[in-house]
Design a protein. Structure first.
Length: 345
């Protein structure tokens, strides 16, 4: 008998996978993906370890039953990079830092944020209004979110050495950085963060020794404080520990929820040059009632292979139920993937 909440069987949130694209051009891991209205934008990543693909943006529309992939070039594009992160505000994709260059070091741009407008296929470099004020140091394998209004949040990741636990806010109108309280320990890379209704939700990541799990750390923006909800990460009461996965805010069945899916467990000793144990599970968290349920999506196209080091974003739909687009990543055989999938509910 499926568990039911307020008369609605959880089994109704089963989910359905559809394969949208499978293109050689899209083969990569450690890239960013953002959905802007019904347009998907992909930037960065690597096919061979430590070799960023290029500085072009790959775009396609979700309005077409058979999406047509287009590759866009622009003379003002940011340098090729991997391990960056993206967030969307007012029709633009914003990215911060990443790893690149001949040394594959964190790309230091002195607090600048890059903005991509898919309508004009153009990039803008947004530098802080006051370069003398503090800004987040360069990093890779960090995570970001936006409040969908004016602010981008940057969290954790890997600087030149060690890992971070910091949280920063960038106001795109004032072009100012504000450092917020650090998240609960430990420092980590490959974490995930999501924004919903004035709060940031942080999960997972790798602290240099083990993957993190069993907790959702919640930052209340108005009170400037962190709190933590815990659960048993046994794959039954909640998702097991992992890194390089995603955490996204979704609206399903008229309720605010979080979705986390896939990721890496038991990492390779080669870091991102090798593959650890990759996961393929999908979990939904009810924010107001604080419970997890695992979904078991199916699809006529099959289901995506397990993976980590990928990216995904939320699609707003007319029926009120959000969906998620997932792309690429590193498979369990240490091969970069080139597929794009959509999960609907």
């Amino acid at each position: 008998m499926p568990f039911a909440l307020k008369g609605m069987p959880i089994s109704k949130l089963k989910g359905n996978w559809t394969c949208l694209l499978n293109e050689d051009r899209l083969q990569r891991s450690s890239q960013v993906l953002s959905v802007i209205d019904q347009t998907v934008c992909v930037f960065g990543g690597e096919v061979k370890p430590r070799e960023p693909v290029d500085d072009q943006v790959d775009v396609f529309s979700l309005n077409n039953d058979t999406p047509n992939l287009e590759t866009k070039s622009h003379s003002s594009a940011p340098s090729p990079r991997v391990g960056s992160t993206s967030a969307v505000i007012n029709g633009n994709m914003y990215i911060f830092s990443g790893r690149g260059g001949t040394e594959m070091a964190p790309i230091e741009e002195h607090g600048a944020v890059w903005s991509y407008n898919p309508s004009s296929s153009s990039w803008s470099n947004i530098s802080p209004a006051d370069s003398s004020k503090p800004h987040p140091p360069a990093r890779s394998y960090h995570c970001s979110a936006s409040d969908n209004q004016n602010n981008i949040f940057i969290h954790a990741g890997c600087p030149t050495s060690d890992r971070l636990s910091d949280l920063w806010k960038f106001d795109i109108s004032d072009r100012t950085w504000t450092q917020l309280p650090d998240a609960p320990a430990p420092h980590r890379g490959g974490a995930s963060i999501a924004y919903k209704s004035g709060k940031l939700y942080r999960m997972h990541g790798f602290d240099g020794t083990t993957e993190q799990g069993g907790s959702i750390d919640i930052f209340d923006i108005s009170s400037n404080t962190w709190s933590t909800e815990t659960f048993n990460p046994d794959g039954n009461d909640g998702p097991e520990a992992r890194s390089v996965s995603v955490l996204l805010p979704v609206r399903l069945a008229q309720k605010d929820k979080l979705i986390t899916l896939f990721g890496e467990r038991d990492p390779s000793s080669q870091g991102h040059a090798g593959a650890g144990k990759m996961l393929s599970d999908v979990w939904i968290y009810d924010i107001s009632e604080n419970w997890w349920t695992q979904l078991h999506p199916e699809g006529t196209d099959g289901v995506p292979d397990p993976r980590g080091w990928f990216d995904a974003d939320v699609v707003k739909n007319e029926d009120g139920n959000d969906s998620v687009v997932l792309h690429g990543g590193l498979g369990g055989d240490n091969e970069r993937l080139k597929d794009v999938w959509r999960i609907t509910f």
